[in-house]
Ligand binder design. Structure first.
Ligand code: GDP
Ligand code: CA
Length: 318
C-alpha cells in the first residue's frame, strides 16, 4: 500500500503518476480539507474534488479545477441576481451536482469520508480517497499589516483576494479536536511507502499533519516517507506557496522545504534545477534525490512516480 498526503493540483498530478506505476487499489490518498467551505449552503471540498476529478480524467484542463466540458448557467444567473456580489467563487453546473450530492448526504448523516468514497466510486476511481478528517477544520489566514491584520477564510484569501495580499499567519480552526478519518492512521502504519506530495506545505500538507495523530503516525514511518518539493528554483510552479513560505519566515527553496519535512520524511525529491542544493538538503538531515519533477503530462508524472517509489532511505533509486 502506498499512502499519499495530498493537497490539490500538485498532489493530483503526483497521484496520476503513481497509478501508472502501481495498481490504483494499492494507493490511498489522505487529502487536505482545510480549504473546505460552505458556499450558498453547499459543502465544497476543493482538494478532494481536484484529486477525484483528476484521477477520473475529468479535471477541467482550462481552469485546473472543476470538471471538463463544464457549463456555467447557474453562476451566470446568480451573477445577474446579485450584481456579481454572490458569484465570486465559481461553481460549474456539473460540479454543482457534486456539491449538491455531498451536502445532501451529509444532511442525511453520512460522514465526509463516506461521501468521498461514494463520489470516487461514481467516477470509477480505483484509488482510495480519504479526507484527512471527518471533523470540520477550517484554514484561516491572518492578513498582514497594511491590510489591518484581518483574519479571513482560506477561500476569501485564495479566490476572493487572488492570494495577492501579504499574510502574517495561518491557523487551522477546529484542529485540536479533529480526529483522523477512519482508516487514515491504519493506512499510514501499514504503508510500504508514504509520499508527501508536491503541494503547498503551509496550507495543503500543513493541515493534514496538524490533525492530532497523523504527524506521529508519519514520523513513525520516517524511513519510508518520501517528500517531493513543490518549490523548484525558489518558486512555486503555480499559486502562492513560495510567497507564503517567505512571509511566514521559511526559506522559499528546497532547503526550506527540507527543514519543514525533515522530522517526517527521510528523503526529499528535488528538481534537477536544484541539483546544486542537494548537499544543503542533506545537511538538513534528508537524503536528496535529484530528478525532473515538473509533471507537464502523464509521462512526466509516471517518471516522477517511479523515482519516488524507488527512492528510499537505504540507497539510491532502484
Ligand atoms: P492546490 O490545493 O490546488 O492549490 O494545490 P496544491 O497545494 O496541491 O499544490 C500547489 C503546489 O503544487 C504549488 O506550490 C506548485 O508549485 C506545486 N506543483 C504543482 N504541479 C507540480 C509539479 O508538476 N511538480 C512539482 N514539483 N510541484 C508542482
Ligand atoms: Ca487546495
Amino acid at each position: 500500500m502506498i499512502v499519499a498526503l495530498a493537497g490539490g493540483v500538485g498532489a493530483a498530478r503526483m497521484l496520476s503518476g503513481l497509478v501508472q506505476v502501481a495498481p490504483p487499489e494499492q494507493v490511498t490518498a489522505v487529502v487536505n480539507t482545510g480549504d473546505d467551505t460552505v458556499m450558498h449552503g453547499l459543502y465544497v471540498s476543493p482538494d478532494l474534488d481536484t484529486v477525484t476529478y483528476t484521477l477520473a480524467g475529468m479535471i477541467n484542463p482550462t481552469t485546473g479545477w472543476g470538471l471538463r466540458d463544464e457549463t456555467w448557467a447557474a453562476m451566470e444567473e446568480l451573477r445577474r441576481y446579485s450584481d456579481g456580489r454572490l458569484a465570486w467563487f465559481n461553481l460549474g453546473d456539473r460540479d454543482l451536482g457534486t456539491h449538491l450530492y455531498r451536502t445532501s448526504r451529509q444532511r442525511e448523516g453520512a460522514a465526509l469520508s463516506t461521501v468521498a468514497t461514494e463520489i470516487a466510486a461514481r467516477w470509477e476511481v480505483g484509488v482510495r480517497i480519504l479526507p484527512m478528517s471527518d471533523d470540520r477544520v477550517e484554514t484561516r489566514v491572518v492578513l498582514d499589516e497594511g491590510t489591518d491584520g484581518r483574519e479571513v477564510g482560506f477561500q476569501e484569501y485564495f479566490v476572493g483576494a487572488r492570494h495577492d495580499v501579504p499574510i502574517r499567519g495561518v491557523h487551522f480552526a477546529g484542529i485540536e479536536t479533529a480526529r483522523p478519518a477512519p482508516g487514515v492512521l491504519e493506512a499510514i502504519a501499514g504503508a510500504s511507502k508514504v509520499v508527501i506530495c508536491p503541494s503547498n506545505p503551509v496550507v495543503s500538507i500543513g493541515p493534514v499533519l496538524a490533525v492530532p495523530g497523523i504527524a506521529d503516525a508519519v514520523t513513525a514511518r520516517r524511513a519510508e516517507v518520501v517528500a517531493v518539493s513543490p518549490i523548484i528554483a525558489g518558486r512555486a510552479l503555480k499559486g502562492p506557496a513560495d510567497r507564503m513560505l517567505a512571509e511566514l519566515g521559511h526559506d522559499s527553496s528546497v532547503v526550506g522545504v527540507a527543514r519543514m519535512w525533515a522530522p517526517y520524511a527521510a528523503t526529499l525529491v528535488i528538481d534537477t534545477a536544484d541539483a546544486g542544493m542537494a548537499a544543503q538538503v542533506e545537511a538538513e538531515g534528508m537524503r536528496a534525490v535529484v530528478g525532473p519533477t515538473v509533471m507537464s503530462g502523464p509521462d512526466q508524472a509516471a517518471a516522477l512516480a517511479r523515482l519516488v517509489l524507488g527512492a528510499n532511505a537505504a540507497g539510491g533509486p532502484v
